[in-house]
Design a protein around this ligand. Structure first.
Ligand SMILES: [Zn+2]
Length: 138
């Protein structure tokens, strides 16, 4: 299901809750995937609160594939730099500090524990979406 994008900064500023991988969580993940695809020309990642669900679910678009991460945690980062980012929920772009390389752990949609290193654009997307989970907007 393609969902409307939440632009309410009060709602977007609230922290998201951990997920258990319930049927409802998986539906949210599918909705995120559909909504991301519908905005593919302007958006490469989304957090669940952007479609109005305050849960710790993000999606990272990597070319034709997209990774859904439940309860993602950035364990470490290296190579800080300044990036300019926009957000589908906001207008304009802002300057933020990001790491070039990060190690992320998360659960996949089968609740299997995953851990991987990302760099470059995927790393930047993950940092942006994890900020959304904390209620931080660029
Ligand atoms: Zn955003």
């Amino acid at each position: 299901m393609i969902c409307p994008i939440c632009k309410n900064t009060f709602l977007l500023s609230q922290k998201s809750a951990p997920v258990t991988g319930s049927a409802e969580d998986l539906q949210t993940a599918r909705n995120l995937e559909d909504t991301l695809r519908a905005h593919a020309s302007e958006c490469i990642g989304m957090a669940a609160n952007m479609i109005g669900v305050r849960k710790r679910i993000i999606i990272v678009g990597l070319g034709p594939a997209a990774i859904v991460m439940l309860n993602p945690v950035i364990e470490s980062g290296a190579g800080e730099y300044e990036a300019s980012e926009g957000c589908l929920s906001l207008t304009g772009s802002r300057t933020v500090r990001r790491f070039r390389q990060i190690t992320v752990s998360w659960q996949d949609t089968a609740m299997r524990q995953q851990k991987r290193q990302f760099s470059g654009l995927p790393a930047q997307i993950i940092q942006h979406e994890c900020d959304h989970l904390e209620g931080i907007l660029v």
